[in-house]
Design a protein around this ligand. Structure first.
Ligand SMILES: NC(=O)c1ccc[n+]([C@@H]2O[C@H](COP(=O)([O-])OP(=O)(O)OC[C@H]3O[C@@H](n4cnc5c(N)ncnc54)[C@H](O)[C@@H]3O)[C@@H](O)[C@H]2O)c1
Length: 292
């Protein structure tokens, strides 16, 4: 299939591109390299150094768009909600408009199970849980989801919305702030103590990027679905610190600092719906961490 992967030079997008190519797809990457890296680009993919907001994008011949490009930093979204909305909402609308113009039939969208639901009313959080984001980022992801569903109703563009939990794995930028696992590993390998915001009892659901890529590949055959993609396991940041310390052989304590705005306290997600579609997470966290 001829597929456009936006954000395909980034962490998750580049793994998706690799898996698509392994499976014989014809892949083009659209990425402005704002947080992505040329080193991540698969040699067998075509690369367009461009912006999802570009009004002149040419989507001739594409059958599907896998839309990963985004502003992904929760704190940036709190500080500059207009920048966040511009990329995540208007950028998605521009992609949808171009899909309509060029007759592209399907979009697979990377949403966030960690950000759209807000503070859970029950755990694990399934797809029927209310949407109550606590940050502009969570809201911009949800808004993009709603535009995608609207374009399905109006123009019959098929969709699959994947709500990832916290994704980790190789190529995640340790200098960003989204990937606590890569940040901890990077700090510990340098002999420096990682910072834990709050008391460290906050929990997250960590899913490996290989499992996320597999979900995107399978989603080529899922039609008009909203699907949680996570491990279904709840891990506190303190537990995570211990697991990584023992993998890396780090023996210092973490530094505790004030908790940050816009982040939920506890979350882990229910992936039973994905399971009913044939997807399950396969990478255990200790193996996933060893692989980084
Ligand atoms: N990392 C996670 O834990 C996680 C969790 C849930 C959802 N997501 C979503 O998954 C997607 C990929 O995230 P990631 O962690 O790989 O982040 P990333 O920053 O590594 O990847 C994003 C990519 O998009 C590109 N990009 C950004 N703005 C662009 C623009 N205007 N035009 C073209 N390209 C642009 C960047 O250069 C980068 O290569 C994002 O949509 C993110 O919201 C990530």
């Amino acid at each position: 299939m001829k597929i456009l992967v936006t954000g395909g030079a980034g962490f998750i997008g580049s793994h998706i591109v690799d898996l698509l190519i392994e499976n014989g797809h014809d892949v083009t990457i659209l990425d402005n390299l704002s947080t992505g890296n040329e080193k991540n680009i698969n040699n067998s993919a075509k690369f367009i150094n461009g912006d999802i907001l570009d009004k002149n994008l040419d989507l001739t011949g594409f059958e599907c768009v896998i839309h990963e490009a985004a502003q992904i930093n929760v704190r940036t979204s709190v500080e500059d909600p207009i920048l966040d909305a511009n990329i995540n909402i208007l950028g998605t609308i521009n992609i949808l408009e171009k899909m309509k113009e060029y007759g592209v039939k399907k979009i697979i969208f990377s949403s966030s199970g960690g950000a759209v639901y807000g503070e859970p009313k029950y755990l694990p959080v399934d797809e029927k849980h209310d949407v109550n984001p606590l940050s502009p980022y969570g809201l911009s992801k949800f808004c993009a989801e709603e535009y995608i569903k609207l374009y399905n109703r109006l123009y019959n563009i098929e969709y699959c919305i994947l709500r990832y939990s916290n994704v980790y794995g190789k190529r995640q930028d340790p200098l960003g702030e989204a990937g606590v696992i890569s940040i901890f590993i990077d700090k510990m390998k340098k002999g420096e103590s990682p910072i834990i915001y709050g008391n460290g009892n906050q929990t997250r659901d960590f899913v490996n990027v290989k499992d996320v890529s597999k979900a995107n590949l399978m989603a080529l055959n899922w039609k008009n679905e909203i699907v949680n993609i996570g491990s279904g396991k709840e891990t506190s940041v303190n537990e995570l610190f211990k697991i990584i310390s023992s993998e890396v052989g780090f023996d210092k304590n973490p530094i505790y600092e004030k908790e940050r705005d816009g982040e939920v306290y506890r979350i882990y997600i229910d992936y039973n719906y994905a399971k009913s579609l044939g997807w399950i997470p396969e990478v255990e966290m200790d193996n996933g961490i060893k692989d980084i």
